[in-house]
Design a protein around this ligand. Structure first.
Ligand code: C2E
Ligand code: MG
Ligand code: MG
Ligand code: MG
Length: 276
């Protein structure tokens, strides 16, 4: 709803100076500073085997320990990071931190790292992964990168190249929020997916809504039929866990098994230089 002519231009100018945009710019610059100031944290949430609740690994989830606003969840700041320089700065920090942390764990345990679509498509992404593995000494088979269906669906040439380089090194890919994108099937077909994570919006209703139950059964069958690992996300109670176990789901994550939590503090990881 833009007005036309000179009046429209004035309105556009006014919008650019409105409070929302100023806040956005402030958030971006604060976030840029936060990486260097060591204000970012990774919390880790357990991923378990549904049969016996054995620990299989952890998903790394970013938090910002903001000097005045307290501990911020990714929903409060990740969107502000979706510009080129900041995306790779943040993504590089997360990858290096997660690999360094995981290298200290029991070698049976894997680490899952969320990757933004934008970062995955950037040149140098697979080199960054290689560097993070090499510096930390983490074995490549212990790293799983989580991408969303939209990333997979709109996979550009650069993304496909990064993905094939990274998976050739032994790193695996998980399709996050499975079932919520436009085409889970297309994504599964186009990319070398190892694991699917059934979105927690489905898990939330699986016991109470027959149509959701049918949908989840379909997702489980699809994943299993394709020989993929399937993780149910967001399991909050024993009823949901039982339903999923009885319907053949083998892996789970959710408050019922553990909330995201910090690991004991360690030395800060030096920031990778990003191109100007
Ligand atoms: P996600 O990758 O789907 O991560 C799962 C989210 O569900 C996490 O939210 C987690 O705390 C939450 N969760 C897990 N179990 C339960 C449960 O039983 N009940 C409920 N209500 N929630 C549960 P969080 O940490 O706020 O992260 C939100 C999203 O932000 C993530 O969704 C992921 O898409 C993104 N994200 C988090 N860390 C990073 C990161 O380091 N890099 C990138 N690019 N994205 C990240
Ligand atoms: Mg995830
Ligand atoms: Mg998810
Ligand atoms: Mg999600």
């Amino acid at each position: 709803a833009k007005a036309n002519g000179g009046r429209g231009r004035i309105e556009v100018h006014d919008e650019a100076l409105s409070g929302g945009d100023v806040d956005q710019l402030q958030l971006e610059s604060d976030l840029r500073h936060a990486v260097d100031a060591g204000e970012l944290r990774l919390f880790y949430q357990p991923i378990v085997a549904l049969a016996d609740e054995r620990l299989l690994g952890y998903e790394a989830l970013i938090r910002w320990q903001h000097p005045t606003r307290g501990l911020l969840p990714p929903g409060a700041f990740l969107e502000a990071a979706e510009n080129n320089r900041l995306t790779s700065k943040l993504g590089a920090w997360v990858l290096r931190r997660a690999c360094t942390d995981a290298a200290d764990w029991d070698p049976e345990l894997r680490v899952h790292v969320n990757i933004s679509a934008r970062h995955l498509a950037e040149p140098g992404f697979s080199e960054l992964v290689a560097t993070a593995l090499e510096e930390s000494g983490l074995e490549s088979g212990r790293l799983e990168l989580e991408i969303t269906e939209s990333t997979a669906l709109f996979a550009a040439e650069a993304t496909l190249r990064s993905v094939s380089e990274v998976t050739a090194s032994g790193v695996t890919l998980a399709l996050d929020d499975f079932g919520t994108g436009y085409s889970a099937i297309t994504a599964l077909h186009r990319l070398p997916i190892h694991t699917v994570k059934i979105d927690r919006s489905f898990v939330a209703d699986v016991v109470t809504e027959p149509s959701t139950a049918a949908l989840v059964q379909g997702l489980l069958q699809l994943g299993q039929g394709m020989g993929l690992e399937v993780i149910a996300e967001g399991i909050e109670d024993e009823e949901q866990a039982t339903w999923l176990r009885e319907h053949g789901c083998t892996m789970a994550q959710g408050y019922a098994f553990g909330r995201p939590a910090p690991l004991p503090p360690r030395e800060p990881v030096e920031q990778v230089a990003t191109p100007a």
